[in-house]
Ligand binder design. Structure first.
Ligand code: ATP
Ligand code: MG
Ligand code: MG
Length: 372
């Protein structure tokens, strides 16, 4: 037992709290509103701005161990948490994961393969960078982007004139990778350095937002081994305790890291039904110093489809026909309890576990289609 603190009130915090509670822990959530997904299932909630030091201390003083569900947390907040209880990921891991340039350099300096990149600060430095990484390229803000927000595809130098250069002072120009597939590996690491990685997930994105994840990934054994060993090395390089998700591009037999996230990840939601230990239960184990759980699939295949606010219809008001979706054999529904549906907002997901990959993918897609 004991009390685990969770900074952030979103769906990752919510599913973590459910796993932690079922393992006998109390969970205190720290977030800006009691109406967010996580407080609804937590034992306690401290409401406050993440940079309000009085609220941070009120929260942290109640916890035996602290974790978080998103990276963009002020460094001062994490430093304050660390004064009260062990905090995972640490301030140091977070500083790396908050900044694409620092993240990519750290991984590259450790000899890990990352998509070719260059630092950019303005139009002129983009011109120089484009000679190094080539065109087309993807321009990303160094900090605080998610779901593709803050990204520009630059086909010609002319396109770079449309960028609002004043909005940000540090950017990453990244080579456009013509990948065959995108995959991710989630690895858990405990404070004594033990690691356990989940099977590789194959991910499909639509409009830069994860749409479908599936296992097994349709990649060679060689690529699978490479991807899993890259993920373990990345966790060791960054000295992560807890989970690290490594998003990768696969281009024939080559694996390149896109980015990492030191927390549970959307591509791992299918582990709730598909693996002996879910990513959330594994995160609890890793940060609480418990033995890591078995990560194997409980059956041969699984698929997950995200439910965005879009399925609520154009007015985003009438709730979809959930009964229709879960009537598809084997499909499980997860809803995050968000108060308001918006286009592009992650509201829930559907999972199906079975023996045949194309069948389980078809099942979640059909279940989702019944909603619109
Ligand atoms: P999130 O953190 O929500 O995953 P993000 O804003 O950090 O999103 P990225 O993961 O960098 O965004 O990019 C989102 C998607 O855009 C990728 O999963 C991939 O499909 C595409 N993408 C990003 N960078 C590249 C690249 N260099 N080459 C080709 N496609 C890319
Ligand atoms: Mg990201
Ligand atoms: Mg990403």
């Amino acid at each position: 037992g004991g009390t685990i603190g969770m900074v952030g009130g979103g769906q990752l915090g919510r599913m973590f709290a459910m796993a932690a509670a079922s393992m006998g822990y109390r969970v205190v959530v720290f977030c800006e509103s009691r109406d967010e997904p996580a407080p609804q299932v937590a034992h306690e909630c401290v409401v406050g701005k993440l940079d309000d030091m009085q609220a941070v201390e009120k929260f942290a003083s109640r916890c035996d161990v602290i974790t978080l569900e998103f990276e963009n947390i002020p460094a001062s907040t994490i430093a304050a948490c660390q004064r009260f209880a062990p905090t995972y990921p640490s301030a140091n891991v977070l500083a790396t994961a908050q900044d694409r340039l620092r993240e990519k350099s750290t991984l590259q300096n450790a000899g890990l393969p990352v998509a070719p990149f260059a630092e950019v600060n303005d139009f002129d430095s983009l011109v120089v960078a484009s000679e190094r990484v080539g065109l087309p390229l993807i321009l990303k803000t160094a900090r605080s982007g998610y779901d593709g927000k803050g990204q520009h595809r630059i086909e010609t130098i002319e396109d770079a004139k449309q960028v609002d250069w004043a909005s940000c002072d540090r950017w990453v120009a990244e080579q456009l990778i013509c990948f065959d597939r995108e995959v991710s590996v989630i690895v858990a690491r405990s404070s004594d350095g033990r690691t356990a990685s989940f099977p590789i997930f194959e991910n499909e994105h639509t409009n830069h937002i994860l749409d479908i994840s599936m296992v097994p990934a349709a990649v060679s054994k060689k690529v699978q081994n490479q991807a899993r060993s890259i993920a373990v090395s990345a966790a060791e390089t960054m000295d992560v305790v807890g989970l690290l998700c490594v998003e990768m591009f696969v281009e024939s037999d080559t694996v390149l890291i896109n980015e990492v996230a030191p927390r549970p990840h959307n591509s791992g939601h299918l582990t709730i039904e598909a693996c002996h230990t879910s990513q959330f239960a594994q995160h609890v184990r890793a940060i609480c110093g418990l033995p890591l759980g078995k990560t194997n699939l409980v059956s041969r295949a699984a698929a997950m489809a995200n439910l965005l606010g879009d399925v609520w219809g154009s007015d985003c008001e009438s709730p979809p026909a959930w009964d229709q979706a879960i009537a598809v054999e084997g499909v499980c529904l997860h809803l995050y309890g968000k108060q308001e549906a918006k286009m592009g907002r992650k509201m829930g997901h559907l999972t199906c576990v079975g023996e045949d990959r194309s069948r389980v993918v078809r099942s979640v897609v059909e279940a989702r289609q019944r909603l619109v």
